[in-house]
Design a protein around this ligand. Structure first.
Ligand code: DGJ
Length: 337
């Protein structure tokens, strides 16, 4: 993990600004639409290494990776050390992972029963574009014995049935260790978020699922639990363009989700502060403190997407909101530990 202290706060910049977040070697942190997992006192930030589309693919929307999923480490969430590529795309045309391709929105959870780290993602095989065409539209899974190891690609599949294309997806591991795959299921453009219970080893889908009717034509789902409620932050379906966020609340993951409207306080542009949600990060050692990790897509050069991290507020036990901060620290918002 990083020992160099370049930062002591998060800098999102102005609403139309792209701010380069640098690792300890001064390189832009290139870990798109991923997540963070906390293991033995260290945060591990992982995400897809974005490269601008090869010229041959320009104009086809979307963007792809020719590297795979990278991982960084930190003890303080401000300063990050590049560790390695944990799941690599391939230069072998016969490989499922032949690049350019996409491990979109990768999420990692740890299985206490098997001792394995399990990664699920929205898998789009070569050429990896799915902005204009649905692409492969499958769920991909990989596994590793260590959090920052070489993840073994196990393949791809579709939950529920083959009719439902997989698009944006995320994972949620509940308090009792049960894990869920939450995804934008697309059946002939009838698109709605669904939640599917994973098997005990987290490596496959069970038949237990629910269509979240309220979350019709929503994507980029992120889930947290606070004060007896589950909160799900989502975006609308506008490709790489921004749109107003909407969140949902439930008392049970497989229960009734209620539309709670836009959580972004003062978002006068209706653009989720010119960003799109990626996931929620529970801050270790700070009870009920969560960071919304979002991303400001840079469609001119995806390698320069910038990160928008904001503290989550709970005005009442059954509501949440986020307010934009150009720059902030956990100590300012939540006090010193
Ligand atoms: C918006 C989604 O949230 C992204 O993950 C990506 O799939 C783009 N659409 C592609 O257009």
């Amino acid at each position: 993990m990083s020992e160099k202290k370049r930062y002591d706060r998060f800098t999102n910049g102005k609403l139309n600004e792209y701010v380069d977040w640098l690792d300890e070697d001064g390189r832009i942190i290139n870990a798109s639409d991923g997540g963070i997992i906390y293991v033995d006192g260290v945060y591990y930030w992982y995400g897809m290494v974005l490269r601008p589309l090869p010229v041959a693919f320009h104009g086809q929307g979307g963007q792809t990776t020719t590297v795979g999923v990278a991982m960084y480490s930190s003890r303080d969430l401000y300063n990050w050390k590049y560790e390695k590529v944990i799941l690599r795309s391939s230069d072998d045309p016969d490989s499922e992972l032949y690049a350019p391709m996409r491990f979109e929105r990768p999420k990692i959870i740890y299985n206490e029963k098997t001792g394995k780290y399990v990664l699920w993602c929205h898998f789009v095989k070569n050429p990896g574009d799915h902005g204009t065409t649905p692409g492969t539209a499958e769920a991909g899974v990989a596994v590793c014995d260590t959090v920052c190891g070489d993840y073994e690609w196990l393949g791809h599949t579709r939950p529920i049935d083959d009719d439902g294309l997989v698009r944006d997806s995320t994972l949620y591991k509940d308090k009792d260790g049960t894990a869920y795959f939450i995804y934008d299921r697309d059946v002939n453009d009838n698109r709605c978020l669904h939640i599917v219970k994973l098997s005990e080893d987290y490596l496959s889908f069970t038949k237990e699922y629910r269509r979240i009717e309220a979350a019709y034509r929503r994507e980029a789902a992120s889930v947290l639990y606070h004060g007896g409620y589950y909160f799900m932050f989502t975006s609308g379906l506008t490709g790489w363009k921004t749109n107003p966020a909407k969140y949902f609340r439930a008392q049970g993951l497989m229960g009734e989700w209620v539309d709670m409207g836009d959580p972004c306080e003062g978002d006068v542009t209706g653009t989720t502060f010119e960003s799109q949600s990626t996931c929620f990060l529970p801050v270790e050692g700070r009870q009920d403190c969560f960071i919304l990790m979002a991303e400001r897509h840079n469609t001119e050069n995806f390698e320069r997407c910038s990160y928008i991290w904001l503290p989550v507020e709970f005005p009442t036990p059954d509501t949440m909101r986020v307010a934009y901060r150009e720059s902030w620290s956990m100590e300012e918002v939540w006090g010193s530990r």
